[in-house]
Design a protein around this ligand. Structure first.
Ligand code: LCS
Length: 393
């Protein structure tokens, strides 16, 4: 089979036109159920001896197309889509671990992920063990929290919201020695900028709400892994707990994904320009962007990412009160959570995305009260800079 570059796969991968309609764009299969030719056909689909669809919670052609496409782009055998990034994470975690088990992660992850790990999984007697940012790339720290009941490792890189860069190959090597899977949330990078499976990870997760869809109009998630693992997650969680992706959302994500390469190029170029400008601004205390040579994760990001993405965090002089004034003064940038949209979004992690942490937990995670997060859009970079400049002044 001809092998194409990532940009080409993003546009052409998977879909082949229907033999008679010859449509360029696949149709949306909006159906909850499917006809069986006869009783044996129906029974055959249910027992796996016949190919075909039975019921959309168990499988849908439009959702399948999206799953095949993301598996192709991440270099995985298969994928299972979910109703949100959170349900994709829950599906993976609850398939891999049960009562009495534990897993190891980093303290700094998306606030919803942290709450799921710290509070909700605890109710099922699944224990999350967190490594603080300073030792997140230390084999010793990972080893010291790993025991015979550790069922998986979970990392997010770059991490939300501090932009910590976590060494995927290092975590993968420790995971291999313990024969447990490494799960990587690749949401911030997208498959265009980073492919964790090629660096030794076993499972990749995306909130498709973000860069994959790219247009801020749906919520979705996906898990990419081996055929066996995806089968386990599908049967062990998605089909029976039911957080499936709707065919309509799968179709919108397929549509949004076609421009992933050019969007990620523009997000990354804009963010680099803005991060450099912020770094020089007299009212800015500190900038966290892995593309800056001053970022501690810069050499690692250069190694494991193609470019540095569209997410920036920064602290303004004057702490939280100055930060609030900044967020209230922007005119072009939009004060909103989420990320990866065409529009530049600005938000305050401590009171918004990471308000699920206690103040002490946020301090442990390196999320200061004055930290502001910018999801840089695809507008003209100078217009974003001019807006931030008037607000900072
Ligand atoms: N993983 C990461 C890295 C995220 O940033 C988010 C959401 C999720 C998973 C969960 O995905 P969802 O269920 O929302 O599709 N992050 C958000 C954020 O930073 N602002 O609003 C949501």
């Amino acid at each position: 089979m001809q092998k194409y570059a990532k940009e080409t796969d993003i546009v052409h991968g998977i879909h082949t036109s229907h033999i008679t309609t010859m449509d360029l764009v696949p149709p949306i299969h909006l159906t909850s159920t499917y006809r069986f030719r006869d009783a044996d056909h129906g029974a055959g689909i249910f027992n796996g001896t016949d190919k075909g669809y039975a019921y959309t919670r168990m499988g849908n052609p439009t959702v399948d197309l999206f799953q095949e496409k993301i598996a192709l782009l991440e270099g995985g055998e298969a994928a299972i889509a979910a109703s949100s990034g959170m349900s994709a994470i829950a599906a993976a975690a609850m398939t891999l671990a049960g009562p009495g088990d534990n897993f190891v992660s980093c303290t700094t992850v998306y606030g919803g992920t942290y709450a799921l790990f710290q509070h909700d999984l605890a109710k099922w007697n699944i224990e999350a063990r967190f490594i603080p940012p300073k030792s997140c790339c230390s084999i010793q720290s990972i080893e010291s929290l790993t025991d015979q009941n550790t069922r998986f490792f979970y990392i997010e890189t770059p991490a939300n919201p501090t932009m910590d860069v976590i060494d995927i190959e290092l975590w993968a090597s420790v995971a291999k020695t313990h024969q447990i899977p490494l799960v990587v949330d690749n949401t911030f990078a997208s498959p265009y900028l980073q492919n964790p499976l090629s660096l030794g990870a076993d499972i990749v997760i995306h909130s498709t709400t973000k860069y994959l869809n790219g247009h801020g109009d749906i919520i979705g998630g996906v898990v990419v892994a081996s055929n066996d693992m995806i089968d386990r997650i599908r049967k062990g969680y998605i089909i029976h707990y039911g957080p499936i992706m709707s065919p309509f959302n799968a179709w919108l994500i397929l549509r949004g994904m076609k421009t992933l390469a050019i969007r990620m190029e523009k997000h990354s170029d804009n963010a680099m320009k803005i991060a450099k400008w912020l770094q020089m601004h007299p009212n800015v205390e500190k900038v966290f962007y892995p593309g800056l040579a001053s970022h501690p994760g810069h050499p690692l990001a250069k190694k494991q990412m193609k470019k540095f993405g569209g997410m920036i965090a920064f602290e303004v002089k004057g702490g939280i009160s100055a930060g609030k004034r900044l967020m209230n003064k922007v005119k072009l940038c939009i004060l909103a959570v989420s990320l990866g949209d065409c529009e530049t979004l600005i938000q305050h992690p401590a009171s918004m995305t990471h308000s699920t942490y206690t103040p002490q937990e946020r301090a442990d995670a390196g999320i200061s009260d004055g930290l502001i997060r910018l999801s840089v859009g695809i507008e003209n970079a100078d217009d974003i800079i001019a807006d931030l400049d008037q607000a900072l002044r």
